[in-house]
Write a protein that binds this ligand. Sequence first.
Ligand SMILES: [Zn+2]
Length: 286
Amino acid sequence: MPKLSDVRRALDELYPPAWAESWDAVGLVCGDPEDEVSRVLFAVDPLQAVVDEAVAFGAQLVVTHHPLYLRGTTTVAADTFKGKVVHTLVRHGIGLMVAHTNADVADPGVSDALAEAVGLRVTGPLVPDPTDPTGRRGTGRIGELPAPEPLAAFAARVAAGLPATAQGVRAAGDPDRPVRRVAVCGGSGDSFFAEVRAAGVDAYVTADLRHHPASEARENADIALVDAAHWATEWPWLRSAESALLAVSEKHGWGLGTRVSTHVTDPWTAHAPMTFAPTTASRSSN
Ligand SMILES: [Zn+2]
């Protein structure tokens, strides 16, 4: 049976911590490298429900995309939510390991899994990593559909390809606009509109699009926008990371058991369709 240090080394080779952004906090958050690991749970967010799932699964390691702590803390008291997560992990001998922006830029990485989930063939990164001589790594991906289809059909394809969340999928643009070449970015992608424009794509699939960047992007170029829940755009990567670790496990005869969490940790839980249009009546003071 491998030690946590062995599994950590394998994950560090798949998603080298050196590839993470300078502000990020990746790698081993808690856990004893000398402990043995037989079961691993993959999840997007290190929330209590996920850690409880790891306990029930009998896991000795949880691998999450999002960090538990991005900044320093002065307490892990169990009456804080993060402290309770740490207590639960330590009490049950479970390690926590994070692969965040280092998994975003990996090849294959988070956006490869997103592209694949919505039926795109990846042709390259949206924002290439300047340190990668092969030009294959980077943030976001550009991909192509086998044949063009109207935006309405493409939005439905994205909705069908990702795990369901309350927000569903929003689209901006003419529903009949043909879509073939597409940029995707798992997670919050509204800082990459310049690169999306330069890529000459028909549509951009990402999450967390805010009013002003989205509105300005639409005014600047006829690129359709497709916005899904942050969690949903990153969830497909869990299967990719699981497969990659299972391949290492098979190579070394580790016999690891793995599971991808099905807890929907997107914070939004309900969606109310709106029913009235703004009035167009003119008013006058006399
Ligand atoms: Zn994210």
